[in-house]
Design a protein around this ligand. Sequence first.
Ligand code: NDP
Length: 312
Amino acid sequence: MDQEFENIKCLIIGSGPAGYTAAIYAARADLKPVVYQGLQPGGQLTITTEVDNFPGYPEGITGPEMMEQLKKQAERFGTEARWGIVTEVDFSSRPFKISADDGKRIMADSVIIATGASAKWLGIESEKKFNGQGVSACATCDGFFYRGKDVAIVGGGDTAAEEATYLAKLCKKVYMIVRRDELRASKAMQEKVFNTPNIEVMWNHTTKEILGDFSGVNGVLLQNVKTGEDKQLAIHGFFVAIGHSPNTEIFKGKLDMDDMEYIKTVPGSAKTSVEGVFAAGDVQDHHYRQAITAAGSGCMAAIEAERFLSSK
Ligand code: NDP
C-alpha cells in the first residue's frame, strides 16, 4: 500500500451531535475513529444558548457545554478529534481516499458523513456588504452588541421565533420580518413571540435592502408584498434566520442527493448510495433537524459501519 496514506477504519467527517455520537459508538466498537471537526467544531449547537429539549438535562444545558461533553465522552473511548477540514473525497473504490487541509491523505475503510447544515442568506448585495457590521445569521452570538437598540430579524420559523425572543431580552425593539401572513414556527414558539411586548411582527414583508454607512447598519427597506408599498425602519442590527442548507459541496456527484442537495439515505438506515459510506444528522435530514435525532442517526451510522466492516 502507498506509504503516504494513513489507514483509518472509520473516518467521521463533522463534529456535531451526529458526528460525536457516531464516534462514541465507533470507538466502543474498537473502530478507532478519527473525527475531522470541520469549519465549526461542535457544529450548530455551539452557536445556541440553552438546549432545553435534549433528554437527560432537566435543568437544560448550553449548546457549547453539551458539545464539549460529547467530545470528551467520545475521546474517553479513544476517538481522535482533529482540527481540520476534509477537502476532497474519492468514493470510487475501497478503501476510500480522503484529503484534508492538514495535509493528511487517508485511506478509510468506512466513512460517516456528519457535516450538518449552514445558515441560509437572503442573497441581496447589502447583506454581504454589512456582514459583520450589523448583519448576522446568529442572534445568540451577536445579539449582545445591540443591547438597548432596535433590531430586525427575518424569518418565521422556530429559529427566527426563538432568536426574536432572545433578542427581545437584550434590545429595545425587535421587528420580525415575515414574508407571509403566518408563522411557520411551532404554536408554543408563536405564543412566546405574541406575548413579548417589544416584538413587532411585520407580516407580508420582504427585505429590499439593508441600509447603512461606514459605521454599519442603520436601517432596512421593506416591501409589503400585498400592497407593494415600501417601508423603512431604523435599526442597528439585522439578523437572518431563514433556514439552512446542507454542507454537501465536496460530495456532489459522488453520492446520491435529493433536489435540495441533502444526502439521500436508505429509509430507516444511515446507508448512502455508496456501500461503506454512511450519513447522519442534518446533512441527510431536513425534516427533524434536532440534536437528539442527529445523535440517534449518528448511533445508527456507527452500528452500520461496524457491521459493514465485520462483514468484509
Ligand atoms: P424553517 O425552514 O423552519 O423556517 C424558515 C423560515 O424562513 C420560514 O418562515 C420561511 O418562510 C422563511 N424564509 C425562507 N426563505 C426566506 C426568504 N428568502 N425571505 C424571507 N423569509 C424566508 O427554518 P428554521 O431554521 O426556523 O427551523 C429549522 C428546523 O429546526 C425546523 O424543523 C424547526 O422546527 C427546528 N427548530 C427547532 C427548535 C426547537 O425545537 N427549539 C429551534 C429552532 C429550530 P415560509 O414559512 O414562508 O417558507
